[in-house]
Design a protein around this ligand. Sequence first.
Ligand SMILES: Cc1ncc(COP(=O)(O)O)c(C=O)c1O
Length: 426
Amino acid sequence: MSVRSESLFRESIDIFPSGVNSPVRYYGPYPEFIERAHGPYIEDVDGRRYIDYCLGFGPSILGHSPENVVKKLKEKLADGFIYGAPTENESKLGKVIKGAIPSIEKMRFTNSGTEATMHAIRLARAFMKRDIIVKFDGAYHGSHDYVLQKMGSGGLTFGISSSPGIPEQVSSTVVVGKFNDEESVRKIFSTFKGKIAAVIVEPVLGNVGVIPPAGGFLNFLEEQCRQDGSLLIFDEVITGFRFTFGGYQNSIGIKPDITILGKIIGGGLPVGLFGGRSDIMDMIAPSGPVYEGGTFSGNPLTMIAGYETLSELRKKEYREIGAYTEKIASSASDSARKYGIQVQVNNTGPMFTIFFNRNKVDSYDSAAESNSRLFMEFFKTAKDNGIYLPPSQFESNFVSFAHCKNELEKTIEAFEVSFREIKKYL
Ligand SMILES: Cc1ncc(COP(=O)(O)O)c(C=O)c1O
């Protein structure tokens, strides 16, 4: 029983659609309301503590409220929260990012990944003097009109394949390809030859559950863009600083024209960033004609949280969170098999998804065939056993540097119990 969560939800449902401020936070009959989070743990308003694999949908790679970040934020709090003028900390964080991701020659901070992809797409269209944008099915690039076609995440969870309310003039400029399918990309480039402003891609799909790129797919995409003169945009809102101290692009040797970052670089405070080639970025106002702006962009507290987070991250061994995730993935597969439950566990780096699916999951279509109903039973049972997962079959779980041996053992045990308990729903 979650007495306080239930009563808080009864209030919030009269205030917010479905009682929440972002659709993926909702699940029935009501979501747990959260009171606090420390390290790898999150605690609800009824005093229950869970090992957290949602991590705020990804930002908290050091675990929640890391000591150094909290200390620096506290030190700065009394100096005011917003000035509407540049600060040194913007450049400090920008320099670290530029050093870690060489394709980002210049950048602009925004307040969310949504804003960053929106501005990046407008910029790409203006620079190229072309209108068509190519995205992939199941990719999520935020909630604005240019990218809400065949989106993953909340769209797939709630069965909304493309949002109404987007004028036909806008959606007709967005072409949706199939991720990991070279043939579909080839067709698009031959149909829209010379008209494609940019291709935007999540290098690892993280919003239909985790789907890594097939070998060579991203290089193929780069080649197609170069041949057509189109720009390549890597949306690294999830992948940035998650696999290595830099972008996913660093590990595969691709230099996108524009990169989007978010989540980790704000250390848990609201953030987004778009950046790339100087000749493209200099088209942004006031040095150029493409408008972009935001009262809260580069806000002082986010800059401090981001800088301190990256300073800590720089010292970490990414291998550790990869190895932790590997162990979770293989033990989850073993436990599921033991109870006759068919799952595919996809994992790469510190990301994993347990797909309740009998077939390999390497595309939007195969992910969509997963048994969401069974996943929700697993989600609730795991929660009752002290594990907090993102409440959708189509999200990635994240492992942080605060997750240690103790949490690993407890998770493996709780997953085993959860698979055993949900067997009755088969
Ligand atoms: C790959 C990707 N791009 C963009 C976004 C949008 O970011 P935000 O929620 O900060 O607007 C998300 C959010 O989850 C994302 O996963």
